[in-house]
Design a binder for this molecule. Structure first.
Ligand code: HSE
Length: 439
């Protein structure tokens, strides 16, 4: 007689946007998922402070104390979708110590405590999977861990925060106000519980750290990422960038060179004909340059319940396959085996070279331009383009936009400081890096 296949028993913690999306994808696609996973994948225990009307929980054990899920011997794998750091960390550690595998979408937790959590999981012979932590539904972690394993990754650059990209796209395309678009992103379930994580670049920094680790075989180094958000960007800068043939995107960039690794998150001008410049709305995209394959691009929904659930379920299916085969995945959590991880130095931002977009308010009188040009030339910075706009009615000052060739940030800082000290310049100089993203 044929033996019934043992289902993989899931304990699901968190019934918010991603939790309810995961619950429903597992229900709606149950048959296909079972066929792919070689076993049914069943939610047997839900841990959530409150029910979600989008989830039909009849017949499923529900606990208000999520730790009960970590302690439940009937659960094979705990899915952590509560977000945040402290409680999520305690929950995952408790599950791992009781021999459960873990699937999580928690980028903050992985970026800040992943090194310790992966070591703990290895000690207990279980795995922690986190495909949903970066770029929502895009299988970028699988691509870096497996698909690109034959390459030295030279660099990667990505739009990795859906909320931020949604805001910039709406500001550019429909001239909407920042605050109004952010409120919509919150209502749509794209934004973090604390949306400053999205708009100040912290969420993107969490994700970049994870991508850089996978790409370069370095430990997770959240403390080392340079982070700038999008709150300082003005509609004016988006328009001027466009006049110059660029779009402004919020990018996470990781590069490997003989000096170490660059890890940075900031607004960036991208030539408008590049694919990344045309990734709009809540979509994310990551461009990865591999030594053998050349440039590859990964694109899709970067936030939202069902897209992120797609990545959570993919991890569950992977795990179910391993469990049916009686052999856990041999792909290490961070792509390189733990003892092969390299502590590469992080290149100081003062040494990081990019072209620059600089905007300033200058007095419209003779000699001003030549003074500015000589400051740049003294720092060895060459000017690629310069635009002087007409003064606004009744104003004596004119917006001056300078595009430079590649220059180290330290040199640009020095030039900007000198320019800001000129009597003919009002206020601060706006600075945005440029990336041409040549493969
Ligand atoms: N708040 C995140 C974003 C959710 O907007 O990208 C997905 O990680």
């Amino acid at each position: 007689m044929e033996q019934a296949v043992k289902p993989v028993r899931v304990g699901l913690c968190g019934l918010g946007t991603v939790g309810s999306g995961t619950f429903n994808v597992l229900r709606e696609q149950a048959e296909e998922i079972a066929a792919r996973a070689q076993a049914p994948v069943e939610v047997v225990h839900v841990g959530a402070r409150r029910d979600n009307p989008a989830c039909e929980l009849t017949g499923i054990k529900v606990s208000r104390d999520i730790m009960a899920v970590a302690d439940d011997p009937e659960v094979d794998v705990l899915v952590e979708l509560i977000g945040g750091i402290d409680t999520a960390r305690t929950l995952i550690e408790r599950a791992v110590r009781s021999g459960k595998h873990v699937v999580t979408a928690n980028k903050a937790l992985i970026a800040e405590h992943g090194n310790a959590l992966f070591a703990l999981a290895a000690e207990h012979d279980v795995t922690i999977r986190y495909e949903a932590a970066v770029a929502g539904g895009i299988p970028i972690i699988k691509a870096l861990r497996e698909g690109l394993a034959g390459n030295r990754i030279e660099w990667l650059a990505g739009i990795i925060n859906g909320t931020g990209n949604f805001i910039l796209s709406e500001m550019r395309e429909h001239k909407r106000e920042f605050a109004d678009v952010l409120a919509e992103a919150q209502a749509l379930g794209y934004a973090e519980a604390d949306p400053t994580f999205d708009v100040e670049g912290i969420d993107a920094a969490h994700k970049l750290v994870i991508l850089a680790s996978l790409a370069f075989g370095i430990p997770l180094r959240f403390d080392a990422v340079y982070t700038e958000g999008i709150t300082q960007l003005t509609p004016q800068d988006l328009d001027y960038a466009e006049e110059l043939g660029y779009r402004v995107k919020h990018l996470g960039v990781a590069k490997q060179s003989e000096r170490g690794v660059e890890l940075r998150v900031h607004p960036t001008l991208i030539p408008e004909d590049r694919l990344l410049a045309n990734v709009n709305g809540v979509k994310n995209a990551v461009l990865v340059e591999g030594s053998a394959v050349g440039p590859t691009l990964y694109y899709g929904a970067g936030a939202g319940g069902k897209p992120t659930a797609s990545a959570v379920v993919a991890d569950l299916v992977d795990l179910a396959r391993d469990l049916s085969a009686g052999q856990l995945s041999r792909v290490p959590a961070l792509a390189f085996s733990i003892d092969a991880l390299r502590d590469l130095p992080v290149v100081p931002m003062a040494e990081v070279e990019t072209p620059w977009y600089l905007r300033m308010e200058a007095e419209d009188r003779p000699g001003v331009l030549s003074r500015i040009a000589s400051i740049f030339s003294d720092q060895g910075i060459s000017i690629e383009a310069l635009i002087q706009k007409a003064p606004a009615a009744g104003q004596s000052r004119v917006p001056l936009i300078v595009l430079t060739n590649r220059a180290a940030q330290g040199k640009v800082d020095e030039a900007v400081q000198q320019i800001e000290e000129l009597d003919s310049i009002a206020g601060r100089v706006t600075r945005i890096r440029v990336e041409v993203l040549d493969g």
